[in-house]
Design a binder for this molecule. Structure first.
Ligand SMILES: *Cc1c(COP(=O)(O)O)cnc(C)c1O
Length: 492
């Protein structure tokens, strides 16, 4: 078991967490989410005291069905001390905003149940994909009229990549893809390359600027790496691609809603992103597609369905593309999940993205500090960049028995996720995560590691300290981009 650095006693960290929460300009936004708690500090304090008395968190309940504990039902997660789990998996499935249930009830009972087909007009269903796109637009730095919502991210990656190849200068024979990409992007890129007769070349995201040449039609890059949490240089890479005459397609799944994105200002050609992570749209919520206004007239969709036709109800045999972002549509929109997303976006009212970014960095800094102060030395290695300019909104820690550790964390009311082979992933959603949550997560993690190592004997094999990235200590470095193969989980 490690000794705590003298300067950072647990009491001091708990007090810091309380002070940071008290000064947090986004603290009130947590009340817009159903997290199974009252979010009142006194309740948390009482629970902390109870826990300190009990000497641990073993008495806490289970998380229960994640994402399913809706409508404020505290569920099993409340446990013996009446407290909800710490939810650090909003980068996989965002929590439920309280506006969603009443809105969906109305959509189902009245708009569908009573108005039925009239709702396509009278309830604005037909125009929902562009209208809701315009609500997402400010979150990704886009002026209105460039974002359409519908289909999955995977499908939108396909549309964007093939359309980009069709827009690229003649004679460009390769597509570049971020080598560490979330797998679906890689699979789709492979298929898009086969269909368009191009070669797919996988390049680490930080090498794409150098790799771009007059052979490159387009590059597909992730803004934030889903596994390490590394933030890539959207502006710089886009500029380098443009200098080579190529187009830039960005995947914003792990950045939009967690940090400011400037698609218009940074010259991005096309972008996609999902809405069920930091945008809290709900499981399977439809994704979005951004097509830069100046490209829209040349956007030639590989999936030209009737919904993107200039005159959808003309039912003409020949296809004529609609103008504007509707060109990115395919078939009938997913109205129920689309309108759940619409309601979920209410959570952003009055929220400044600068505050979101500041809190995200402060939360992840604080969590890393808490982990460094409490976890057994050499037991964990952060693969998330220390430098703010390179960090998204998650912390990924390598840990020898990560799968079992995450199971135990979840059992004790701290929910993150596990990415094979050895990564503990903790997502920090600035809209609802508290500094006290970061502290509690770090402390429960340390308890688990100490217990496991004690049980396994003192001469355990879990020491990673030969690695330069090991916590704790200043100057923690991250591993290079290359990921071990075959280590990816099926859930995003
Ligand atoms: C989450 C995620 C996806 C998800 O794609 P779906 O089609 O919604 O399953 C795709 N790409 C990246 C980079 C992601 O993080």
């Amino acid at each position: 078991m490690s000794e705590l650095p003298a300067a950072v006693a647990p009491d001091a960290l708990a007090a810091r967490a309380a002070a940071l929460d008290a000064a947090d300009p986004l603290a009130h936004v947590r009340d817009r989410f159903a997290l199974g708690d009252t979010s009142r500090a006194d309740a948390a304090d009482a629970a902390d005291a109870a826990e300190a008395g009990a000497g641990g968190e073993a008495g806490e309940g289970r998380e229960g069905r994640e994402g399913g504990a809706a409508g404020g039902a505290a569920g099993e997660g409340a446990g013996a001390v009446g407290r909800a789990p710490v939810y650090l998996d909003g980068n996989s499935l965002g929590a439920l905003p309280t506006t969603v249930l009443p809105r969906l009830a109305d959509v189902v009972a009245r708009e569908w149940g009573e108005l039925r087909i009239r709702s396509w007009e009278e309830s604005g269903w037909w125009t929902a994909p562009e209208r809701i796109g315009d609500r997402i637009a400010p979150l990704v730095g886009a002026a209105p009229g460039q974002v359409v919502v519908g289909d999955s991210t995977s499908v939108n990656v396909f549309k964007a990549l093939v359309a980009a190849v069709r827009m690229a200068p003649q004679g460009r024979d390769e597509i570049l893809v971020d080598a560490a990409t979330f797998p679906t992007d890689g699979y789709i890129a492979q298929s898009a390359a086969r269909l368009t007769g191009r070669t797919l070349r996988a390049v680490p995201a930080d090498g794409i600027a150098r790799a771009a040449s007059d052979r490159t039609a387009v590059a597909l890059v992730n803004h934030v790496d889903y596994r390490t949490g590394r933030l890539h240089d959207l502006r710089g890479v886009t500029a380098a691609l443009h200098a080579a005459g190529a187009l830039a397609v960005w995947d914003l799944c792990h950045s939009a809603g967690a940090l400011p994105v400037a698609l218009d200002a940074d010259g991005v050609d096309l972008a996609v992103g999902c809405t069920y992570k930091y945008l809290n749209g709900g499981p399977g919520a439809p994704a979005y597609l951004y097509v830069r206004a100046e490209h829209q007239p040349r956007f030639d969709s590989p999936l030209p369905g009737w919904n993107s036709h200039a005159d959808p109800f003309g039912m003409a045999p020949g296809y004529v593309a609609a103008q504007g972002p509707a060109r990115g549509r395919v078939g009938t929109p997913e109205i129920l999940s689309l309108l759940a997303l619409d309601a979920a976006l209410d959570a952003w009212e009055g929220v400044a993205l600068a505050d979101v970014r500041a809190k995200s960095l402060a939360l992840t800094d604080f969590f890393l500090e808490c982990v460094a102060a409490t976890a057994p030395a050499g037991r964990l290695e952060s693969v998330t960049p220390e430098a703010h300019a390179e960090r998204g909104s998650q912390v990924s820690l390598r840990c020898v028995d990560a799968g079992e550790v995450m199971r135990e964390l979840t059992a004790r009311g701290v929910v993150g996720d596990f990415r094979r082979p050895d990564v503990l992933r903790f997502g920090f959603t600035p809209l609802y995560t508290r500094y006290a949550d970061a502290w509690r997560a770090a402390r429960v993690l340390a308890d688990i590691l100490v217990e496991r190592d004690t049980a396994a004997g003192t001469a355990d094999t879990a020491d990673l300290s030969a690695d330069p990235g090991v916590l704790p200590g200043a100057g923690t470095e991250t591993r290079p981009e290359g990921q071990p193969e075959g280590d990816r989980e099926g859930t995003p």
